[in-house]
Design a protein around this ligand. Structure first.
Ligand code: ATP
Ligand code: MG
Ligand code: MG
Ligand code: MG
Length: 565
């Protein structure tokens, strides 16, 4: 590629509304441009990186025996009604109607669609196990898109779905996916950690997340320094009870709380710590004049349903007993516990916003962690979390817990029969009996990985890509191009040699000052730079500098290609 006719789109200025370094650098290095909240165009340089990530993912999925397909982004409501998620999924599901007033959604994930495919195409245990994957655009109407492509409303995901005649077979593929995910993140050169996870609105029992460790991560990962134990502390059930844990919230009675206007003041009002989570606190309005708050386990999607059904929310919150919660909302929430607080600040907010005001609570203390607030509340401070978690013994009896921030880049689930039962997906076993399919699903945030990699790989001059993700491997920067015949022909020759050798090379043939070119190549993060100037050329040499090197070095022009390889 030659820069002269290439949409380089680099920027000097630091974009004002970009909060984290990867977002700033993706804009400045000309990787992405914002169209609207959470919607981004991938520019040529960004797309090159994205394609490299996709290719690594594709190769490892193929190696693990998965088969690539592409399913529609637009999905009919009927399938989601069959699984129950048309109602459960809540406002993150972007719904549309066609010209005949039929309901559709834009797929945030594809369990329903793939189950529909497999129940039609697979009839016998002999065709199993099968693992289908796609690398495709997903749409989620995130309440708070932010950090550029890190949390966007349209993003690229690799999602795979496996089907099995038995739980044992599911477990085997789940392990193979775990291995494939580790291979992907290793090849991409990322510092990552697999952790025990909450299965959220996807459902299912066993699940693990893969986190890229970075201070800007939205999740907090607790891990043991003495064993392999690691968990996203959204799932504090895996954590041990500690002496430090306060007793269950004392006065579970009607309370009015002037001054409660943030997660922090809410927590301090409830006299709980903002750390451990196994349950979700849902704040929902029952009728004008009253709010109830319930603590649910696990499935975030349920909050949304219930809150949606409850218009006319007003303060103050009222505390409710478990039995009352069951009466009001029906059973099916798993283990409920009473908790509540007056929270005037949310009283005038829409049900959708309330639905997303979820907090975590621990098994016995209803400890809270605030997430997803429409206003710009800070995330729980890692320092606050640290106080309680760090130094606690491990759940598995080995070592003590440490805490780090993580960015979720992958998630694998054993779904069991959740979807196949609801959607009647069965096969005949070896005795001719009908058995419900066991299912697993496995996601990788392909576009999020690009941002996560930059969080881990940058310096004050720009991006320092891991080799496997760099948009170009080599930058050729000729000094005085078009004025010096010798420089021009040497640059052109090296460019052609690189291309012939299959090296991704960018020839900076712009009429710009050397300083401008150097700054751009460093900002974009090209790992190898070769400068060609009259002086060194006269001595039969080029000047080489690695992106992370302090000093440039001379290399023999005739062996430049060997040097690069
Ligand atoms: P998060 O907890 O960050 O909202 P999730 O648990 O909802 O993610 P999954 O349903 O597990 O996401 O989807 C698989 C992967 O897709 C995630 O691990 C993540 O890397 C990526 N992903 C999810 N939501 C987004 C988004 N809004 N923007 C970019 N990538 C996303
Ligand atoms: Mg999500
Ligand atoms: Mg998650
Ligand atoms: Mg997830």
């Amino acid at each position: 590629m030659r820069t002269r006719h290439y949409l380089l789109a680099t920027q000097k200025e630091t974009p004002a509304d970009a909060e984290i370094v990867s977002h700033r650098l993706m804009l400045r290095a000309g990787l992405i441009r914002k169209l609207s909240a959470g919607l981004y165009t991938w520019l040529p340089t960004g797309l090159r990186v994205l394609r490299k990530v996709e290719q690594v993912v594709r190769e490892e999925m193929d190696r693990a025996g998965a088969q690539e397909v592409v399913m529609p982004v637009v999905q009919p409501a009927e399938l989601w009604q069959e699984s129950g998620r048309w109602v459960q999924y809540g406002p993150e599901l972007l719904r549309i109607k066609d010209r005949h007033e039929r309901d559709f959604c834009l797929g945030p994930t594809h369990e329903e669609v793939v189950t529909e495919l497999v129940r039609n195409e697979v009839n016998s245990y002999r065709q199993l196990p099968i693992n289908l994957y796609q690398i495709q655009t997903k749409v989620r109407d995130e309440i708070r898109p932010r950090f550029g492509v890190m949390r966007s409303r349209e993003f690229i995901m690799k999602d795979a779905y496996s089907f099995h005649a038995s739980q044992a077979s599911l477990e085997e593929t789940y392990r193979a996916m775990h291995v494939a995910y580790c291979a992907v993140f290793e090849r991409l050169g990322l510092a990552f950690r697999p952790v025990v996870a909450d299965s959220g609105s996807i459902g299912g029992s066993t699940s693990q997340e893969f986190h890229v460790l970075a201070d800007s991560g939205e999740d907090a990962i607790a891990f043991s320094d003495g064993s392999d134990y690691a968990a996203n502390i959204e799932m504090a059930e895996a954590l041990p009870p500690t002496a430090a844990r306060p007793a269950p919230t004392a006065a579970l009675e009607e309370v009015a709380t002037p001054g409660v206007d943030s997660i922090a003041s809410l927590c301090s009002h409830l006299a709980v710590d903002a750390t451990r989570t196994v349950k979700t606190l849902v704040v929902a309005g029952e009728e004008p004049g009253s709010l109830v708050a319930l603590v649910l386990r696990g499935d975030h999607s349920l909050n949304t349903v219930k809150a949606e059904k409850l218009p006319g929310v007003a303060s103050p919150l009222r505390l409710v007993e478990e039995a009352e919660v069951r009466d009001t909302f029906g059973a099916g929430f798993g283990s409920l516990g009473p908790v509540g607080v007056a929270l005037p600040v949310i009283a005038d907010r829409s049900a959708a916003v309330l639905a997303d005001f979820s907090c975590g609570a621990n098994r016995d203390g209803y400890h809270l962690v605030g997430v997803n607030w429409e206003r710009d509340l800070p995330l729980p401070r890692i320092e606050d979390l640290r106080e309680v978690v760090e130094g606690d013994p491990s759940p598995d009896g080995k070592g003590v817990l440490q805490l780090k921030r993580g960015i979720e880049v992958g998630h694998i689930f054993q779904l069991g029969t959740k979807y196949s039962e609801a959607m009647d997906a069965t096969v005949l076993d070896e005795h001719g009996r009908s058995v419900t399919l066991h299912m697993g699903c496995y996601g990788i945030g392909v576009s999020r990985i690009v941002a996560a990699a930059i969080e881990q790989n940058h310096d004050d001059r720009g991006i320092t890509w891991p080799a496997a993700m760099a948009p170009f491997e080599v930058a050729i920067v000729p000094l005085n191009m078009h004025k010096s015949e010798a420089v021009t022909s040497a640059a052109e020759a090296l460019y052609e040699h690189c291309r012939a050798a299959g090296i991704d090379v960018l020839l900076d043939d712009r009429d710009e000052r050397p300083g401008v070119k150097f700054a751009d190549m460093e900002l974009i993060g090209i790992p190898h730079r070769i400068v060609i100037g009259d002086k060194s050329l006269a001595e039969g040499e080029f000047e080489y500098k690695g992106r992370k090197d302090d000093e440039a070095q001379r290399i023999d022009r005739d062996h430049a290609l060997d040097f690069l390889r």
